[in-house]
Design a protein around this ligand. Structure first.
Ligand code: ATP
Length: 503
């Protein structure tokens, strides 16, 4: 699995999807740039989300709020005081860890140990192997399970009590049994705020400390009345936004899964108090269907309902996708009660209420939010699409089975040879079709090599122009997933490809 992930990362670089930021200066940790293919895929993901959330819902509208906002907003939202991660340093290695993630890594080690015992036994007993029975009776498995559960229970309690000393003690205990860092000299655990800040205005005028937003949601909350009034919106209604967010993540790893600068697609849905749980259920189902419509298979997704809720939430779930490194959150769906709007009422001193004509009274609306990271979605799509196939002569074909709607290039236009007027004919087709969908013209190298290049960037269709094309105005369409070929007329290309690549 590790191997698949490494291959995916290098594929992203090799084909212009994702580059390390500032690479020629040895990079900037947890910051990435999207290349010529990546930007197209990313734009298509954003459009796929925007169309389904905003265009298809008459009661959802979009906004684009600024990254800089009044600093009091982050006081009201709770981010200044509580948007923290627990942090611990190893004094010898000078390495910094997120305390909770380090403990999770230790828990994963126990799972790994148990998994190895099971695998070993499965090999030894072959067909006779009863895994459930083995887990229940094998002393080594039982011992590890017991230790794991013990640590897990202590960990849950420490998090719940926000007890930093207990977190540290768990790390010390775990590191004695099975060191991850290799050394045992640790600092205290302390809280570290994840917001980036900078100064606005010149210092002589008295500069103001402002934050780079750590989420796009607050831009929606503070514009609630603007949009509701000017758009004459009636509850229930939603406001959607796509934009950059910044978090000074301590553990920056797993490629674009956890970045310091990333993009979010969020929708805040405003409802009457008392109706929020019903809407929470509605959006939960809707969002899962949206993910599954991409066709990677329902088994790749699952909900992770939260038992422990933030103080302002009365329901929360994550949509998880099976990444090469396990099931991971790609989207959060939260019922946030009236917490955010009430806080902004309190801190701004302005009334933020809605007059409900049906109920004949004013109230602070309740909010159900759907929040998804563009970059994590991007990673899940690449992980779901990446395939290696062994062909007849032992050759390996690497392909991205991207959903056609999301593919950066929809149709590659390939003259079989450059001469005999084939290149000119291919250009003519390209000029005709490029206004309808993304096309790429390629005349370099053998046709086989060109097909492979298109497979690697996930182009669902290739049109090959050969000598017969000049006679009867037909081309060969080659399908990425099956490699099947079919002769079709040039006149039918525009409609056929449009139909197959539109959602
Ligand atoms: P995590 O627990 O992984 O840190 P979170 O629960 O803090 O995530 P939210 O605050 O709910 O995440 O943000 C909503 C979505 O934004 C996440 O589901 C994820 O897709 C995305 N996201 C959050 N942090 C990052 C990050 N550092 N890099 C990339 N995407 C992120």
């Amino acid at each position: 699995q590790d191997d698949v992930f490494k291959k995916l990362v290098s594929h992203c670089k090799e084909y212009g999807f994702v580059f390390q930021s500032s690479e020629i200066y040895d990079g900037l940790s947890a910051v990435y740039d999207y290349g010529q293919m990546g930007v197209e895929l990313k734009n298509n993901i954003k459009k796929y989300w925007w169309d389904s959330m905003v265009l298809l819902h008459e009661n959802v509208v979009g906004i684009d709020s600024a990254i800089f906002m009044h600093p009091t907003i982050w006081k009201a939202s709770g981010h200044v005081d509580a948007f923290n991660d627990p942090l611990i340093d190893n004094k010898d290695s000078k390495k910094r860890y997120r305390a909770d993630v380090l403990i999770e890594d230790h828990l994963a080690k126990y799972d790994e140990k148990i998994g190895k015992e099971v695998q070993k036994a499965a090999k030894r007993f072959g067909d006779q192997f009863d895994e459930a029975m083995f887990r229940e009776t094998n002393p080594r498995v039982q011992e590890n399970l017991q230790k794991r559960d013990e640590i897990h229970a202590r960990f849950a309690k420490a998090l719940n009590d926000n007890n930093l000393e207990d977190l540290r003690q768990i790390i010390l205990d775990c590191e004695i049994v099975c060191p991850i860092s290799g050394t045992r000299n640790w600092t205290e655990v302390r809280q570290f705020n994840l917001m980036f800040s900078t100064e606005m205005g010149s210092t002589a005028d008295g500069a103001m400390k402002v934050y780079l937003r750590p989420e796009t949601a607050q831009g929606i909350f503070v514009n609630f009345l603007n949009v509701q009034k000017t758009g004459r919106m009636k509850i229930p209604f939603g406001i959607a936004q796509i934009g950059k967010a910044f978090r000074n993540e301590i553990v920056a790893r797993q490629f674009i899964f956890r970045m310091r600068e990333f993009e979010q697609m969020e929708m805040q849905f405003f409802v009457a108090p008392g109706e929020e749980l019903q809407w929470f259920e509605h959006w939960k189902q809707f969002r899962m269907k949206w993910h599954q419509a991409l066709g990677f298979g329902a088994e790749k997704y699952r909900f992770h309902d939260h038992d422990k809720l933030a103080h302002y939430a009365n329901a929360a779930t994550d949509v998880e996708f099976e990444m090469p490194f396990g099931f991971k959150e790609v989207e959060g769906i939260h019922s946030r009660t009236d917490f955010d709007l009430s806080q902004h009422e309190k801190y701004s001193g302005k009334k933020i209420q809605y007059f409900d004509p049906e109920q004949g009274k004013s109230y602070v609306p309740y909010v159900v939010e759907t929040s998804i990271g563009v970059d994590r979605m991007f990673l899940s799509i690449l992980a779901g699409s990446y395939h290696e196939e062994i062909l007849e002569r032992g050759e390996i074909r690497v392909l991205l089975k991207l959903p056609p709607t999301l593919a950066p290039v929809k149709l590659a236009i390939l003259p079989l040879v450059k001469k005999d007027g084939l290149a000119e004919k291919a250009r003519e087709i390209m000029d005709d079709l490029k206004f309808s969908f993304a096309c790429q013209y390629d005349e370099k190298d053998s046709i086989g090599k060109r097909y492979r290049r298109q497979d690697a960037i996930g182009t669902p269709f290739c049109a090959t122009i050969d000598h017969q094309t000049l006679e009867d105005n037909t081309v060969t369409i080659r399908y990425r997933d099956t490699m099947e070929q079919e002769r079709v007329s040039i006149d039918s290309l525009q409609q056929t490809i449009s139909e197959k690549t539109d959602m």
